[in-house]
Structure formats: structure tokens, C-alpha cells
Design a protein around this ligand. Structure first.
Ligand SMILES: C[S@@+](CC[C@H](N)C(=O)[O-])C[C@H]1O[C@@H](n2cnc3c(N)ncnc32)[C@H](O)[C@@H]1O
Ligand SMILES: Nc1nc2[nH]cc(C(=O)O)c2c(=O)[nH]1
Ligand code: SF4
Ligand SMILES: [Mg+2]
Length: 222
């Protein structure tokens, strides 16, 4: 088992349920969803010309499309090594659910870590059952993929990106018939837009939903 890795870095989880928790981020390369406002467009393509040696993706990149193939055993050894103090792994991307995350999450949970994935919901979620799954549903994006009902059902947290009322309406349609007991629903303003912030605050209060702010962007950290 190998994973295409764009970057591995330690920071504070900036969004969602675990906001404020020190975490190691594993960003996988590759995403076919095509969100117009994606803040990690450099992770979309997995091109041979961008492949580098594994050591070169340790540390936060500068938005480069570089990636390295990391074998499972090497990845677990690195993540559980002396370099990191955090015990919370966030697997993001790109779209991490293009890959089978069971071997990695099983090994990390066995090593005493908590695992979280950030996913669009457009692929089946393959993780250890203890992994916290954050689904950020993507509706009507360029790639033509659809949110999988199984991903919504697996979600611990549904964190919906919102810039306008249409996005709230899309979430309502998506959640119709999904049992929400035990799940958190949050709205996340797109790209710190003032109008998106205001809309999310208003709807969160009306619906008793959570607000997820990308705090790392206000803090200017990775
Ligand atoms: C970059 S994505 C990677 C993981 C996965 N592909 C997904 O979309 O969930 C990580 C998170 O950032 C959110 N995101 C991406 N671009 C954003 C933007 N411009 N403003 C707000 N949230 C954004 C996504 O919705 C998702 O919750
Ligand atoms: N600090 C920080 N928190 C994050 N939460 C989700 C992120 C992501 O890109 O998936 C992210 C990120 O890139 N940085
Ligand atoms: S699904 Fe995630 S990584 Fe892919 S384009 Fe959308 S926000 Fe970006
Ligand atoms: Mg990010």
C-alpha cells in the first residue's frame, strides 16, 4: 500500500469540530471534484513530472503540486516518530477518499492516535471505524461527481461550505432523509467573504447548527 503525499506538517486544526487541537496534517495528492473556490487547487493533478523523493514533502509546501509516493510502513514510522508532539492525524487533500485509508488509520489508531479525515463525500469512505469523518459535501461541481449517501451516513460531522443562500438550499436537499442523530452540522463560510460570514452566522442561529470558521486563515498559519 502506498499513498501519494503532497505535504506532512504539524499545526493547529483550524476548522470544524476539532478546531484548536494540535494535529499532524497528511495532505494526499489528487482530486477530481473541481470546486471553483477550492483553496488547494495544486493537489488536483497527480502528474509524473511533479513526483519528488519522500523526504521532500515533509513540512508544509508553498502550494506546489509536488507529491511523493510513501509506502504505508514508512509513513506510519515517520508519523509516530519523535518529530511530532500531536496525537491527532488529519488526512486531507486533495480527496483522501480516492484511496483506501483503512491500513493507515488502523495502524495509527493502534499506535494511540486519533484520526480524522476531511472529505468531499464523493467517494466511499474506507477508514477504521473509530476515525472521525468530516464530510464537506460538494454539489454540482465541475468534475460531475455526486455525494455518496454512504458517506453522509458515515459522517460524524457535516461541514458545508457556504457563500450564498443557494448553498444552504443544496444542503437541505442533500440532508433530506439522512438521520442526523449523533452528527454535527456546521456551515463554513467560503474564503472569508464578509457576506458568506453573515449568511452562515444567521442560518446557524436559525437552525441551531455550528459555525466552522477557517481560523488558520485569520491566524495566517498553515
Ligand atoms: C481543501 S478540502 C480537502 C478535503 C476534501 N477534498 C474536501 O473537500 O473535504 C478541505 C476543506 O476545505 C474546505 N475548503 C476548500 N476551499 C475552501 C474555501 N475557499 N473556503 C472555505 N472552505 C474551503 C473544503 O470544503 C473542506 O472542508
Ligand atoms: N490549520 C489547518 N486546518 C485545516 N483544517 C482542514 C484543512 C484542510 O486543508 O483540509 C486545514 C489546513 O490546511 N490547515
Ligand atoms: S473536493 Fe476538496 S480538494 Fe477537491 S476541489 Fe473541492 S475543496 Fe478542493
Ligand atoms: Mg486547507
Amino acid at each position: 500500500m502506498q499513498y501519494p503525499v503532497n505535504e506532512i506538517f504539524e499545526t493547529i486544526q483550524g476548522e470544524g469540530h476539532f478546531t484548536g487541537v494540535p494535529a499532524v496534517f497528511l495532505r494526499l495528492q489528487g482530486c477530481p471534484v473541481g470546486c471553483a473556490w477550492c483553496d488547494t487547487r495544486h493537489t488536483w493533478e497527480v502528474l509524473a513530472e511533479d513526483q519528488v523523493e519522500p523526504g521532500l514533502v515533509i513540512g508544509a509546501g508553498d502550494g506546489e503540486p509536488r507529491w511523493a509516493q510513501w509506502p504505508l510502513e514508512q509513513l506510519v514510522a515517520h508519523l509516530t516518530g519523535p518529530q511530532y508532539r500531536a496525537r491527532h492525524l488529519v488526512i486531507t487533500g486533495g480527496e483522501p477518499c480516492m484511496y483506501d485509508l483503512r491500513p493507515l488509520t488502523e495502524r495509527m489508531i493502534a499506535a494511540g492516535w486519533r484520526c480524522q479525515i476531511e472529505t468531499s463525500g464523493c467517494f466511499e469512505v474506507k477508514t477504521d471505524p473509530q476515525t472521525w469523518v468530516t464530510v464537506s459535501p460538494k454539489v454540482g461541481m465541475k468534475g460531475g461527481l455526486e455525494v455518496q449517501r454512504s458517506a453522509l451516513e458515515r459522517a460524524n460531522e457535516i461541514k458545508h461550505p457556504v457563500a450564498m443562500q443557494k448553498h444552504v438550499d443544496e444542503l437541505d436537499a442533500l440532508l433530506a432523509g439522512v438521520a442526523l442523530e449523533g452528527k454535527e452540522v456546521a456551515l463554513q463560510p467560503i474564503s472569508q467573504q464578509h457576506r458568506a460570514n453573515e449568511l452562515c452566522v444567521r442560518v446557524c442561529i436559525e437552525r441551531n447548527w455550528r459555525l466552522s470558521v477557517q481560523t488558520h486563515k485569520y491566524l495566517n498559519i498553515d
